[in-house]
Design a protein around this ligand. Structure first.
Ligand code: CMC
Length: 427
């Protein structure tokens, strides 16, 4: 551990311990700063602030490393399954064969939704964005599952976590079915987690749905790659909402709302829309020029990351998977050529080199999701489905943390100082 940090402010010296994690940068523990100096720190966007301790996910943005409970993401994506990764994130260890079987069974027993929730969907317009439906329906779960909202009971917390992981595919598939005017399909619990989701989304009651193993495996990989990502905006939102003691369903609905934005999970939808708008590789230079133009708000969607300054390991796996999946499905989508060309041109461009901008997880995922048959509006829903595992793991970790307090940032006030009220007749 490094020496204490000494700070001189207003003629007084105060000292702050430096804490070390297992790997990664040390942190200066400034919890006593305000009491000692009367000053706050100022860090909009939390670019230098660790908001909590966590043992779940580790990212080294300079090296392009992403570990879940110590296991590299590429190994998990290639060799594990979404159910196994979910167990790992929640419990801290890879499961034994029996533990995995029990966990998968438990999740499969929670896949149905309270029947009343189907009528809840009917309150939405058919053209509602499915993320709007997700925010509403997931938030509404707290009105249906009262027996798992006591956050002080570890058993209830685990039941709520299992319910959220299990019901998310049903909720997401129903959002899709509602938008296309097809009947909802009930879950079928002898299918895999991912196979069940595909059937509820693309199946119809009139016919048997055959799960294509290529699609099932690609979808499962996409779920693994989106399962958790340390203290990103939506996870921090879940933690902040949860820090007040709010119930888990409300907290996850808050996370979904945050994920929706185009700077975060909404980027996968925006990235594919952008690639389709570019259309052909000859138009790429025009869009690169726009992305570099300070007066144009346009950004290359699916490019850049707050933490990764070398490459996003998830994008590497997905870039490879995109080619494999399209090949196996026999799909020749020019959007993949545009994506590859755009990546090559941007990676050689000085602007992107200087700013360390690389493709992120959202750059190639849309190409695969589109090949599977999802409309772009569903892309962020799939991200939310997978990230639910990370959210509940992080939420559980926070609630069990003895140092946990309500999250309550301070501010640098720049408004008017104290002034007297003037009656409207005198203004
Ligand atoms: N295209 C063009 N310029 C960019 C881009 C981009 N995609 N991303 C960042 N820049 C520039 C930005 O203009 C800024 O330039 P300058 O220093 O001259 O002002 C510089 O790079 C640093 O950008 P920033 O916005 O200060 O960086 P940030 O860490 O606050 O933002 C980001 C990270 C991911 C929000 C941003 O890179 C971005 O908006 N990317 C496009 C949206 C996207 O793909 N989001 C998905 C992120 S990964 C998955 C997820 O989180 O859900």
């Amino acid at each position: 551990m490094a020496d204490n940090v000494k700070l001189e402010l207003g003629g007084k010296t105060s000292e702050y311990p430096v804490l070390s994690g297992t790997v990664g940068p040390d942190v200066v523990d400034i919890r006593k700063l305000y009491a000692a100096t009367g000053a706050f720190t100022y860090d909009p966007g939390f670019t230098s602030t660790a908001s909590c301790q966590s043992a779940i996910t580790y990212i080294d943005g300079d090296e392009g490393v992403l570990l879940h409970r110590g296991y590299p993401i590429d190994q998990l994506a290639e060799q594990s399954s979404f159910m196994e990764v979910s167990y790992l994130l929640l419990n801290g260890q890879l499961p034994s064969a029996k533990e995995l079987e029990d966990f998968t069974y438990t999740i499969s027993r929670h896949t149905m939704l309270h029947e009343q929730l189907a009528t809840f969907y009917r309150g939405f317009r058919r053209d509602a964005h499915p993320m709007a439906i997700m925010c509403g329906v997931v938030g509404a779960l707290s009105a249906f599952y009262h027996d798992s909202t006591d956050i002080n009971d570890p058993k209830q917390r685990m039941i709520a976590s299992h319910r959220l992981i299990a019901k998310m595919p049903t909720i997401a598939a129903m959002a899709y079915k509602y938008s296309v005017g097809q009947p909802f399909l009930y879950p079928k619990n002898d299918l895999s987690y991912t196979g069940n989701f595909l059937r509820m989304t693309f199946g119809v009651p009139a016919e048997e749905y055959e799960i294509d193993p290529v699609i099932e495996s690609a979808m499962d990989k996409i779920f693994i790659l989106h399962a958790d990502h340390e203290q990103n905006a939506s996870t921090s939102t879940v933690r902040l909402a949860g820090s007040s003691g709010a119930n888990p369903f409300a907290c996850i609905a808050a996370g979904i709302a945050c994920l929706w934005g185009p700077a975060h999970g909404g980027a996968n939808e925006a990235a594919l829309n952008m690639l389709r708008e570019i259309g052909t590789p000859d138009r790429i230079p025009e869009y690169i020029a726009r992305a570099k133009n300070k007066d144009d708000p346009f950004r290359l969607m699916g490019f850049g990351h707050r933490v990764y300054k070398n490459f996003d390991p998830r994008a590497k796996v997905l870039g490879k998977a995109a080619t494999e999946v399209l090949d196996k499905l026999g799909i020749n989508d020019p959007v993949l050529d545009t994506a590859r060309e755009l990546e090559q041109i941007a990676l050689k461009d000085q602007y992107f080199i200087d700013k360390k901008l690389y493709p992120n997880v959202d750059f190639y995922s849309g190409v695969i999701l589109s090949a599977i048959g999802f409309p772009t509006t569903m892309f962020t829903v799939l991200f939310a489905l997978a990230r639910t595992v990370g959210w509940v793991a992080q939420w559980n970790e926070m609630i069990s943390d003895p140092e946990q307090k309500i999250g309550r940032p301070r501010q640098l006030y720049t408004g008017a100082a104290n002034r007297d009220y003037v009656p409207v007749s005198q203004r």
